[in-house]
Design a protein around this ligand. Sequence first.
Ligand code: IFM
Length: 477
Amino acid sequence: MNRRELLKQMAIGAAGLSISPQLMATNSRFSFRDFSKTDFGADFKWGVATAAYQIEGAWNTDGKGESVWDRFTHKKGKIHNNENGDIACDFYHRYNDDIDLLKQINLNVFRFSISWSRIIPQGRGSVNQKGIDFYHRVIDACLERGIEPWITLYHWDLPQALEDKGGWANRDIIAHFSEYVYIVAKEYGTKVKHWMVFNEPMAFTGLGYLAGLHAPGKKNIGLFKKAVHHTVVCQAEGGRILREIVPDGEIGTTFSLSAIHPKTQQKKHVEAARRMDAMFNRLFIEPCLGLGYPSDAFPYLRTLDKIMLPGDEEKMKFDFDFHGVQNYFRIVSQFSLFPPMMWANQVKPKKLVNDKSELTDMGWEVYPEGIYEVIAKVAAYKGVKKIIVTENGAAFPDVVIDGQVHDHQRIDFFNKYLNQVLRAKKEGMPVEGYFVWSLMDNFEWAEGFKPRFGLIHVDYNTQKRTIKDSGYWFRDL
Ligand code: IFM
């Protein structure tokens, strides 16, 4: 009998009755897993990830300036049910209790982002001391409890005042971002030793300037390309500033990555998949590794060269200490005449032949091998020293019944994805951490509060927190 079967039998024995693995997962004491924490090694980092706009609320409290997300969500018709992050999880006032809960579930890294407009309300110029003090309180609350704070400098909430001047599409952003990074690193660098420059640059440039689905809601290919290039330069520049100010720190940045498969092996679909891969997976990681933009697979990207100034090629490079991999779904692509820029389309999982896929509440396919594939892809680049899975998780329609949330689907998801992370590690890939998205249910951007990703359930009417079974599952791990 292998280990998995043995654990299953023990669980059934303990329950005194025969139940399915799925049902077992409804009670963390009986839930099994295919690995133990020690399989990952003593130095492996276990954490949770969050983002300022999604949890903090207090959107205009204590001198905070308006961000693009404040502006965007206050417009009608942009967000599911016209919801916004004005209050969100009220983490700004409840951070102490929330960090206590984090301690209770035994995950000892807390990845959070800094709201630029809380620190520098207009994006440049005067600094807001109350904003600075807030993150000191959060960092201290972590350190007092033996939790390692990991800071993301930018998770999509640009100060609106900078957007009014063109935002990421205006080259001046490089100077403003550098100033912001300098201030934050100087302020917290003695206490915080793990830093990430960006969260998922493809998401905030693509959804914000091309698809128009996220703030600032623009749909303009020209602006998108400028935003991409300036973000790429800022990614490396941010790394350089952090390394100078926090020389004993570990400096990284994160990328959203998906396994991308052609619908069939027909040449046109294979080429469509390569173009998608260039755009979604390679666009931000390759320039910092000194490989430039991936126009080999997608010649259209050569147009980015026109935006570059002399010397930019060097400025795009930075040798990060770690690369953050964030994985949620697989993309199956097919050739298409539309949209003309990509000549590639995503095939919805339910449209695949023989589809048996399980979908999350976001409509994303549960595809655990995908995380292994993207780790392998990143590990294969020369210059990648360490990989941290800085986000992975799933939204399911959770309900609180008698003070409990039996989110067995999420436990199953983590079990399967972590198995694939372990597979990568066993094969020698340098993956050294795994952070759950997310600590608690929160504001899921254009989807509002409907998708629940947390290990902790949040009742948005009362702000009551309830640790889900998946939270206990991690505690018991
Ligand atoms: O909620 C987001 C997060 O802000 C960035 N990564 C993906 C998550 C789920 O969509």
